[in-house]
Design a protein around this ligand. Structure first.
Ligand SMILES: Cc1ncc(COP(=O)(O)O)c(C=O)c1O
Length: 434
């Protein structure tokens, strides 16, 4: 077990909580979602390693909420940005780069004729919903209740437990189906004839689509005059270079990308066919996406440099290979410790999932708190598992070493029927219930 210095960041933490609701500008970066021994702040990162304010290093499986796909401070991306910075970042007319990157991405994806960039995933999924509503003249949207997030905008947040401030009328506009439950979604269509504008979903989170689920939802949408929208903010540039839509051979009417394709810099995009996207022309009815910083060049430059690496190097292959090795290695150790009933490794190798089985000893969140806490002691940040192009043999070895120690603690706690006392602080809690 590594012996980390008692950190000197408590003062910074207090100041942040004084000034910022929940102490962080992204809820999923706040203290609530991490065990108390997690560093309060990270100050730098290189490759798959990040460093806290006391200079302690951690193998990073958080990767800034899945967005740092190549690795921190990836040299070609950093160099490209430096090159742009000396020439200014934002002008009163568009840049050539906007068009160049648009061309590269429209060419890359199977189902895109036009594209619109923005700065985050929330904007572009909201824009997809707006087009669907304008195109169909309908208000209702179906989403998948197990999928945690599409947007911080009203249409989505109104359908979660954190819906304060969203008008009642808006809250009623989102219906919730279940992943792989085609009949449930069919019933929603039957109960709301000619009222559903779209179904929006991630092609996959941790559960694989079964029995042609994606294709059948698409069919159901089209039979009912609705659009089929894929949120590929996470799956794009992770499941496949051309997105999970390519891997599963399913054609969305509209889709979004965000995390991963600019290696943690701000860039996201909505893509789709001309017929739908042109509703967002100035002559059309939809105010699609338009913000002052939409054209800033750091994000676009980072995206172009990142996509270039994805296209020219085996990034996707590496993410899958590392993920396969990680899943296998973790499963073997968990099995060897007799903990297979308590800790499950799920998902595809490109995005392994971690889940904890509730027992009479502890809730799944308590078990997760203990796990993440012990991994942190071993120098591994693993509140979820995202893999980058920079994760290699060294990171793998460190992970297995930390996991070994973590599982020893876990086994002892379970054997002695004392899980809760081993948690050194509060239990983590999700941002909201979805
Ligand atoms: C699947 C999915 N869609 C959309 C979003 C929203 O993206 P952003 O946080 O960039 O607004 C997220 C963010 O976590 C996401 O995971």
């Amino acid at each position: 077990m590594k012996n980390f210095k008692v950190n000197q960041t408590e003062n910074f933490r207090k100041r942040a909580h004084d000034l910022i609701p929940s102490g962080a500008h992204t809820y999923s970066r706040s203290d609530h979602v991490f065990p108390e021994n997690t560093p309060a702040f990270f100050t730098s990162g290189k490759g798959a390693i990040c460093q806290d304010t006391d200079g302690n290093s951690f193998v990073d499986y958080g990767l800034s909420l899945c967005s740092v796909s190549l690795g921190h401070a990836y040299p070609t991306v950093t160099e490209a940005i430096k090159g742009q910075l000396g020439k200014g970042n934002s002008f009163s007319r568009p840049s050539i780069l906007e068009g160049e990157l648009a061309e590269e991405l429209v060419e890359l994806f199977d189902n895109a004729e036009m594209i619109k960039f923005s700065k985050n995933g929330s904007d572009v999924t909201s824009a997809a919903i707006r087009i669907a509503r304008a195109y169909t003249g309908r208000d209702l949207v179906i989403r998948i209740k197990e999928q945690p997030f599409h947007s911080f905008n009203d249409w989505f947040i109104g359908s979660t437990s954190k819906s304060g401030g969203v008008p009642e009328a808006v809250k009623k506009m989102v219906l919730r189906g279940s992943y792989n439950d085609l009949e449930g979604i069919r019933s929603l269509f039957e109960e709301n004839p000619k009222k559903i504008a779209a179904v929006i979903l991630e092609p996959m989170t941790f559960e694989e689509p079964k029995d042609g689920f994606l294709h059948k939802v698409r069919e159901l949408c089209h039979k009912n005059g609705s659009l089929f929208i894929l949120d590929e903010i996470i799956t794009g540039f992770r499941w496949d270079l051309k997105g999970a839509q390519h891997l599963f051979n399913v054609k969305p009417d509209l889709f979004t990308i965000g995390k991963g394709f600019a290696n943690g810099f701000p860039c996201s995009a909505l893509l789709g066919p001309r017929e739908l996207m042109e509703l967002g022309n100035l002559e059309g009815p939809v105010f699609l996406l338009s913000c002052t910083n939409g054209a800033e060049l750091v994000g676009l430059t980072a995206a172009q440099a990142t996509v270039k690496v994805f296209k020219n190097e085996p990034v996707i292959q590496h993410i899958w290979d590392y993920g396969r090795k990680l899943k296998d290695g973790m499963k073997e150790l968990i099995q060897g410790s007799g903990l297979s009933d308590h800790i499950h490794i799920t998902g595809y190798p490109c995005r392994p999932g971690l889940s904890f089985q509730e027992t009479d000893l502890a809730s799944s969140l308590e078990l997760k708190t203990l796990f993440v806490q012990e991994m942190i002691k071993g120098g591994i940040l693993m509140d979820h598992i995202a893999i980058s192009y920079s994760h290699g043999e060294n990171e793998f070895e460190l992970t297995m070493e930390a996991l070994n120690s973590t599982l020893e603690v876990f086994s002892r706690c379970i054997k002695n029927r004392k899980v809760k006392p081993a948690i050194e602080g509060k239990v983590i809690s999700p941002v909201f219930h979805y």
